[in-house]
Design a protein around this ligand. Structure first.
Ligand SMILES: [Fe+2]
Length: 283
């Protein structure tokens, strides 16, 4: 509803429902600007880019509220944070007037080696101390909230000292950072690792959730792969409805990064997500 500000449990106004700004849609998305409430920019797609990419970025920032999302920060790595990357990130935040910026609770590089994957951090007290200190360092680059996303993961460490939800709760409290809650990742992990996704949602620090990700995956039967290459399945929409019942309105973004569909299909999927209403009980 135009002009209506909806504020959820986090105390931060919801931006509504958004999509990622993907190159196949650069020529056409602006003509349907009113079907999108906000846009997420993948940091690595625009970092240091000039020319067309920069012009599209500036047009997007003039059209919608912007949030930034990265994959290369490697907050859990034992190698120092990349100062050049942080400087570029700060530039993008300034240039777009981003409302917040996010990355994943993972490590994707160490000792100069890029793993090209988002690997989970061990849920230990030592790792918690390490990540809290690095989040505080990242928070110094901008005066907007920094959010960490719960990733999908395919390994668990035998030395874990706490669960993922406890790790996230303590991290958000100690570092005073936000949570980007990927509902599809919760579902994927719950299936792959055999836990109750509803109980997991209940255990999260929901007052820290400033943004939600929704996405599709590939279900191979004995394992689910978080591909971001399909429409959301009904169980993920159900889990989203349950989450909204607890958080209240939260900015919700559709991630579709592989097998990127036509704009018509993308926006129809966004409407499907927009139509989800909060529910008070699990189905
Ligand atoms: Fe995500």
């Amino acid at each position: 509803m135009p002009g209506r500000v909806e504020v959820g449990m986090s105390g931060v106004a919801s931006l509504g429902h958004g999509v990622g700004l993907r190159r196949p849609h650069w020529d056409t998305i602006f003509a349907e600007a009113d079907r999108v409430d906000f846009v997420e920019i993948l940091t690595e797609n625009f970092l240091g880019e000039g020319g067309r990419a920069r012009r599209v970025l500036e047009q997007a920032a003039a059209t919608w509220p912007i949030v930034l999302h990265g994959t290369a920060l490697s907050i859990g790595s034992v190698s120092p944070l990349d100062a050049d990357y942080l400087a570029g990130l700060a530039d993008l935040i300034r240039a777009t007037g981003a409302r917040w910026f996010s990355d994943h609770l993972c490590f994707s590089s160490a000792f100069g080696v890029e793993y090209h994957d988002l690997l989970p951090v061990p849920f230990t007290a030592e790792a918690l101390d390490h990540v809290v200190a690095r989040v505080k360092q990242v928070q110094t680059i901008a005066n907007v909230p920094f959010l960490l996303e719960n990733p999908s993961y395919y390994v668990q460490y035998a030395g874990a000292e706490m669960g993922e939800a406890e790790f996230l709760s303590t991290l958000c409290a100690r570092a005073d950072c936000g949570l980007l809650l990927d509902v599809n990742n919760v579902y994927v992990n719950s299936r792959n690792h055999g836990y109750d996704p509803y109980a997991f949602i209940d255990a999260l620090p929901l007052d820290r959730v400033l943004q939600i990700h929704m996405a599709g995956h590939d279900d191979l039967g004995d394992v689910i792969i978080d591909t971001h290459g399909a429409a959301c399945v009904d169980p993920v929409l159900d889990l989203y409805a349950y989450t909204l019942g607890r958080t209240g309105p939260v900015s919700t973004l559709l991630e579709w990064d592989n097998a990127i569909p036509s704009q018509a299909v993308l926006l129809a999927e966004l409407e499907r997500i927009r139509a989800v209403r909060p529910v008070g009980a699990r189905p």
